[in-house]
Ligand binder design. Structure first.
Ligand code: 4NP
Length: 153
């Protein structure tokens, strides 16, 4: 069965759309089919494309974020997705207003060798390349875990 994964950050214009696009490309490279989406806990950027400097950092590494549009998390996401992957602990806490925590996981938990325990927000740090590199590492780790489930089916 296709696994449905929602990436969540605060604004849905930097980290989670990047996580969605990177994971989609890396899944395709592995021949894996996943249903992916992203959303923000906040509502400021609904309908907007990803933030320009984030799109540019991603584009340089070969990821196209231009078709993505921001949306806010909804209660229905907690039944429509198998896994909700958050960028930091604040996202996880903010999500408790929308649904139960049982299917929520921290993206950096899939990259234990990174030493990171959250994906820093480049909207504030301005380190778009660093965020992208960490997101790439987390995406590989997530796909390793998902791939190992599907081969056990
Ligand atoms: P994101 O970054 O959560 O990675 O999309 C942010 C972008 C914008 C804002 C907050 C976080 N903002 O407050 O406008």
């Amino acid at each position: 069965m296709t696994q449905r994964i929602l990436f969540v950050c605060l604004g849905n214009i930097c980290r989670s759309p990047t996580a969605e696009a990177v994971t989609r490309d890396k899944a395709a490279a592995r021949g894996m089919t996943l249903a992916l989406d992203s959303a923000g806990t906040g509502n400021w950027h609904i309908g907007k494309p990803p933030y320009g400097p984030m799109q540019e950092a991603a584009r340089i590494k070969g990821y196209d974020l231009s078709m993505l549009r921001a949306r806010q998390v909804a209660q229905a996401d907690f039944t429509q997705f198998d896994l909700i992957v958050v960028m930091d602990k604040d996202n996880a806490e903010d999500l408790t207003a929308f649904g139960p925590p049982d299917r929520v996981k921290l993206f950096t938990d899939f990259a234990p060798n990174s030493g990171a325990d959250y994906v820093p927000d480049p909207y504030f740090t301005r380190d778009f390349e660093g965020a992208l590199a960490l997101i790439e590492e987390c995406a590989e780790g997530l796909l390793d875990v998902l791939g190992s489930y599907s081969t056990q089916d």
